[in-house]
Design a protein around this ligand. Structure first.
Ligand code: HEC
Length: 146
């Protein structure tokens, strides 16, 4: 009887521990946020559920005017952030060039709409935003050159 009781207790302990182990996946560990949560989280909670490394960029995007013309999934006035992530490899050269586009504006690369310049943005902040955008890539992740 005592043996059975002990077995029962250890089984319960193991069950609880497995449960904890399986549930420590906090949202920051999710590499690619799913559709609705990506957009909602950035607009509603300034990127709290974005991948931890890119959260600052997500917050900066939410705090600036970027969502006037961009969405994560849908093309609106500007290309969607996923489209941008799919077009450019995630490397420092592209981070630099795209940050330059954000600060100085851009026209003619994606169509005939124009991205206004953001002359008050610091280069370091623009880079954080672009890193977040490029982190949204779901297509060429195997060819990332960092
Ligand atoms: C007035 C609308 C508008 C706003 C505001 C805006 N964008 Fe854009 N964005 C665009 C358009 C339109 C394009 C495509 C430009 C082109 O065809 O060259 C674009 C392109 C981009 C690109 C790709 C540039 C390239 O070289 O391919 C990035 C990255 C980007 N936007 C990020 C941002 C960020 C970050 C913000 C906020 C700081 C922002 N945008 C604010 C309209 C906007």
């Amino acid at each position: 009887m005592l043996v059975m009781k002990n077995t029962l207790i250890s089984c319960t302990v193991i069950l609880i521990m497995t449960h904890i182990a399986c549930n420590n996946g906090n949202p920051a560990n999710k590499k690619y946020p799913d559709k609705t949560s990506a957009t909602d989280s950035i607009i509603n909670s300034a990127g709290n559920t974005a991948d931890a490394a890119y959260r600052k960029g997500a917050r900066l995007i939410a705090a600036n005017d970027c969502f006037t013309c961009h969405r994560i999934e849908e093309k609106t006035i500007g290309p969607s952030y996923r489209e941008i992530a799919a077009k450019y490899h995630f490397n420092e050269g592209n981070v630099e060039n795209l940050s330059h586009s954000v600060i100085h504006g851009s026209k003619g690369l994606w169509g005939n709409k124009e991205m206004t310049a953001h002359p008050n943005l610091k280069m370091a902040d623009a880079k954080e935003m672009v890193r977040y955008i490029l982190s949204l890539d779901t297509t060429n992740k195997n060819t990332i050159v960092k």
